[in-house]
Structure formats: structure tokens, C-alpha cells
Design a protein around this ligand. Structure first.
Ligand SMILES: Nc1ncnc2c1ncn2[C@@H]1O[C@H](COP(=O)(O)OP(=O)(O)OP(=O)(O)O)[C@@H](O)[C@H]1O
Ligand SMILES: [Mg+2]
Length: 235
């Protein structure tokens, strides 16, 4: 569904990604693991069109994403839940959700109701807080809102960048259940996580990144057992 081949990218003249190849198939949850500063966020930003790759190809549903702007990529069904869950702090929960929908071409009130219903089924807490400013939500609730926003946009694949960062164990469990639930709904997930154990429990496959390159890939159970995982991640 999403396929990167030999992608090179960086900031200014500084290379960060050195020929990354990675694939996420329809319906899969795939973990992208690696220590700090290895290029995981850069890879997601490149896939989402915030950075233009220097070389290589990026395809979604068999069509190239190269040169498309982030909102065009979003419109095709790719959703990014960025690091530090960037919601709009001054806007209410309702307004944040509406912004997700605003990416959709030809949106109707029926679609709006349908998507909101779906979001509230998953996150009843958000319904209770519709008129509350985003900044007053707890960390876990902000994460829910960030995910709900890409659901509103109708994302078919969600790129999640460290969704459990700074959250209490109960909320980590909640996020984990949510990813399982997204999978059940047919949403495909690429998950960047520091919590490798959680990621490998919820995902089907995983990749390990080191210094801008993929150094290991395999089924989640293999990564769970592998000495390479311990060595590369220090867990
Ligand atoms: N906007 C930027 N300009 C220049 N260099 C950057 C920029 N953003 C990130 N980098 C550098 O790119 C490298 C990879 O960063 P990236 O954020 O992709 O790593 P990461 O794997 O997501 O790390 P973490 O686990 O800490 O989030 C780092 O050396 C970082 O300093
Ligand atoms: Mg990062």
C-alpha cells in the first residue's frame, strides 16, 4: 500500500536518510523502531511530503507521491499523527475535528455525521469535551484527538510518530487497544515507537533503523526474540 524504495533525504545539504526501503501492506500494522535521532521522524515527514526526497521512490496504492504537497497526500488517504501530537491548542475539540474533515473534497453533512459517529464510538471522552479548548485536554486525550482528526480526514493509512510518548501506563494500554481497533476497522498503521515491546506486541512486522538506514526487518515475533533488537534498541 505504501512503498518507499531507496529513499535518500535530508535537511539543507545534510543527508539523513541513506536509501531507505520500506513497505506497509494493506491492513498491516508495521513498527518502525530505532534509537533517538536515527531518522524515523524524517522518514515519516518525507512520506507525508514535508520533505522532498533527493532520490528514490515513494508510492501509495501504486501511485507516486513524489512532488505532491502534504494536503494532497492527505487527500489520497495518508494521515500523519505527528510527534508531540500537534493539535491546535486554542481551538476546541470540535474545531480540531472539523479541521480533519476540511481536508476532504466533496464532504457532505452525511459524511460528517458518519465520521463523527465513528470517532465518538472510539473516543467517547472526546464527545464529552467537544467545546473544551484543545490545550486543556490531558496528554492522553490530546493523543486521542490527534488520531481522531486523521480519522475524520478518512485516512486509510495512519503514520503515528511516538503516540505513547510521555503517557501513563494506563493510557499506553489505551493507545495500544486503539491501534488494534484501527486494524480491525481496516486502517493500516505505520507506528514509530520507543516502546518496542508494546509496538512489537501490536504490530505484524517491524523495521529497525540505524543512522538513516534499515538494518533489520522481519515479523514482529522474530524481532521480539532477536538479539539484534536488543543490540540496536538497547532493550
Ligand atoms: N529540521 C531539521 N533540520 C536539521 N536537522 C534535523 C531536522 N530535524 C531533524 N534533524 C536531524 O535529523 C536526524 C534524524 O532526526 P529524526 O527526528 O528523524 O530522528 P528520530 O529517529 O525521529 O529520533 P527520535 O526518536 O528522537 O524522535 C537527527 O540528527 C536530527 O538532529
Ligand atoms: Mg522522532
Amino acid at each position: 500500500m505504501l512503498r518507499l524504495r531507496e529513499v535518500h533525504a535530508g535537511y539543507g545539504a545534510t543527508p539523513i536518510l541513506f536509501g531507505v526501503s520500506l513497505e506497509v501492506r494493506q491492513g498491516e500494522a508495521v513498527a518502525l523502531l530505532g534509537k533517538n535521532g536515527m531518522g524515523k521522524t524524517t522518514l515519516m515527514k518525507t512520506a507525508m511530503g514535508f520533505l522532498r526526497p533527493w532520490r528514490g521512490t515513494i508510492e501509495f496504492d501504486g501511485q507516486s507521491l513524489i512532488g505532491l504537497r502534504p494536503h494532497e497526500i492527505a487527500r489520497r488517504g495518508v494521515g500523519l499523527v505527528p510527534e508531540n501530537r500537534r493539535i491546535f491548542p486554542g481551538l476546541t475539540v470540535r474545531e480540531n475535528l472539523e479541521l480533519g474533515l476540511s481536508a476532504v473534497r466533496g464532504r457532505s453533512s452525511t459524511l460528517r455525521r458518519e465520521r463523527l459517529g465513528q470517532v465518538f464510538d472510539h473516543f467517547p471522552r472526546l464527545r464529552e469535551r467537544l467545546d473544551q479548548p484543545g490545550k486543556t485536554l490531558s496528554g492522553g486525550e490530546q493523543q486521542m484527538l490527534a488520531i481522531a482528526r486523521v480519522m475524520m480526514a478518512g485516512a486509510r493509512i495512519i503514520l503515528m510518530d511516538e503516540p505513547t510518548q510521555g503517557l501513563a501506563p494506563a493510557m499506553v494500554r489505551h493507545i495500544r487497544e486503539m491501534i488494534t481497533e484501527l486494524k480491525r476497522l481496516g486502517v493500516t498503521v505505520l507506528l514509530v515507537e520507543q516502546n518496542a515491546r508494546m509496538a512489537l506486541n501490536v504490530c505484524d512486522r517491524g523495521y529497525i533503523m540505524e543512522k538513516g538506514a534499515i538494518v533489520f526487518e522481519g515479523p514482529a515475533h522474530e524481532l521480539r526474540e532477536s538479539a539484534i533488537t536488543r543490540e540496536k534498541l538497547g532493550v
